[in-house]
Each structure stands twice: as C-alpha cells, then as structure tokens.
Design a protein around this ligand. Structure first.
Ligand SMILES: NC(=O)c1ccc[n+]([C@@H]2O[C@H](COP(=O)([O-])OP(=O)(O)OC[C@H]3O[C@@H](n4cnc5c(N)ncnc54)[C@H](O)[C@@H]3O)[C@@H](O)[C@H]2O)c1
Length: 253
C-alpha cells in the first residue's frame, strides 16, 4: 500500500525540479496528482509521465499568482477527483537579478518574487483550505529555504519572501489544526534542479563555499520530494507548524 494511497495531491510548479520529482513520487505512492504548472509543455509532460507509469494525473495550467487561476485549479481538481487532501506549494524560486537591497532593481524583483513565492503560496492555501475543511482535514507543505533560516545574502528579496512563508505556515497551522489540517514547510539547501543547473552550471555544488563543512547540503530534487512525502502523508500526523530543514546542517552548525 502506498504512503499516499487514496489521497488527492495538488503540486504547484510541478513541470520541473522539486515539484516534478514530488508529483512523480506522490503518484508512485498512490496519490492522484494535480499538476499545477504555468508552463503547458512541462506540465503536460509531467502528467503524461505519471500516467505512463500507471498513475493518475490531471494537468491544470495555473499561474499561482492569479486568484482566478487558483480558483479554477481548485474547482477542476475537485470536479475530477472529488476532494483535495494534500497541497505542496512548490512554485517559486529566486532570480539572478535579486541582489543586495541597496542595489536591487525593486521594480524588476520585488513584485515578481513576492508574488510568486509568498502570494502564490498564500493564494493556493486560501482556496484549498475550504476544500480540506469540507473533506475533514488535509496536509499543506510549503516551500521555504535555508536562506530564511540563516539569513541569505545577497538574495534579500527572496530571503524576505521565504521568511514570510515560514510565518504564514505557522499561522495557518494554528488556525486550522482543530479542523484536521496540518501545515508545515520544507527548507532546502542547494538543490540541483534544472533552474539552478542552468544558472550555476554543473559546478554549482563545488561553487558552494560551505560544502567542505556541509557535505550533505547539496542535493537533487528527489531528496526534497522524500521530505515533502513524509509531511504530506499521515506518518507525520504529529507534525504541524514545523519547518524541516533539508540543508545538510547549514542552518544548524
Ligand atoms: N533549488 C533549490 O536549491 C531550492 C532551495 C531552496 C528552496 N527552493 C524552493 O523550492 C521550490 C522549487 O524550486 P526548484 O529549484 O525546483 O524550481 P524550478 O525553477 O526548477 O521549478 C519551478 C517550477 O515552477 C513553475 N512556475 C514558475 N512560476 C509559476 C507560476 N506563477 N505558477 C505556477 N508555476 C510556476 C516553473 O515553470 C517551474 O516548472 C521553490 O519554491 C524554491 O524557492 C529551491
């Protein structure tokens, strides 16, 4: 029996990277998966890969920064699968233009980053939570980052957004616990998703100055999918309002 048998899971940003690895892993564990992705090509490819492997998936082209789009995502998910048990908010990320706050082009970076990483996460929770309440509970997993746990620089805007995700996650964990909803966040270190490989090249891991002291701080998308799976599943039923660092100890020592 899979660890997410009978569950319906929405994974945002699941066209590539951590989101895709998680969508595929969740499906292998028995979940029916909604692939909520802004890019049609990669979103469809993820859903097709899940179906080809014998799973069940629905692709919904979704911009998580749009309230209307997220409402549509929830409506289509419920129409197809009946309820929503798991929400993994994975759409997010920093952009190369995010530099020190004294230098950063706020017009280019602030709205984009706060919209995608914080507002997108909040909108998905806002529209999914009523469905989870209707179903008697659920598990929300949000994506924060090591940069919010130890002060990331120079990505100041992204650091602020991911800090907001932590506070928001704790807030909703408190509000909805009596309705059977858990909310947690995963805080990865450096994960070699397509986006980071593209930005830093194959030397991304070696480029990390702290690698010598923290050999577990660089990972691959399936490493984070495994943590998200634990938080999504009933195995973590005592865990809520928590931030699980998957950063090889970068935030601890
Ligand atoms: N990769 C890392 O090292 C790392 C470290 C810490 C935290 N994280 C967080 O983990 C999450 C996933 O990171 P990743 O590296 O796998 O990212 P990625 O860039 O590889 O994938 C992100 C996916 O989200 C999609 N997306 C972008 N904007 C969207 C929108 N408005 N609506 C819906 N989908 C959208 C993209 O098309 C892409 O498929 C992000 O929240 C990121 O901040 C990543």
């Amino acid at each position: 029996m899979g660890r997410l048998q009978e569950k319906v899971a929405i994974v945002t940003g699941s066209g590539q990277g951590i989101g895709r690895a998680s969508a595929e892993r969740f499906a292998r564990e028995g979940a029916r998966v909604v692939v909520a992705e802004i890019r049609e090509d990669t979103g469809r490819a993820c859903a097709a890969a899940i179906e080809a492997a014998g799973g069940e998936a629905l692709f919904v082209e979704t911009d998580v920064t749009s309230a209307d789009a997220v409402e549509g995502l929830v409506a289509q998910s419920v129409e197809r699968f009946g309820s929503i048990d798991v929400l993994f908010n994975c759409a997010g990320g920093s952009i190369p233009e995010d530099v020190a706050i004294t230098e950063v082009d706020l017009d280019a970076v602030w709205d984009h980053t706060l919209s995608l990483d914080l507002k997108g996460t909040m909108l998905c929770c806002r529209h999914v939570i009523p469905e989870m309440i209707r179903a008697g509970g659920g598990s929300i997993v949000n994506s924060t980052s090591v940069v919010a746990l130890r002060g990331g620089y120079p990505v100041h805007v992204y650091t602020a957004a991911k800090g907001g995700v932590i506070s928001f996650t704790r807030g909703i964990a408190g509000s909805y616990t009596t309705q059977g909803i858990r909310a947690n966040a995963v805080a990865p270190g450096l994960v070699l998703s397509e986006r980071l490989r593209e930005r830093f090249g194959e030397n991304a891991a070696a480029a990390m100055a702290s690698q010598e002291d923290h050999p577990f701080s660089v990972g691959e998308p399936p490493d984070i999918a495994a943590v998200a799976l634990f938080l999504a599943s009933d195995e973590s039923r005592m865990v809520t309002g928590a931030v699980i660092a998957a950063d090889g100890g970068l935030s601890a020592f």
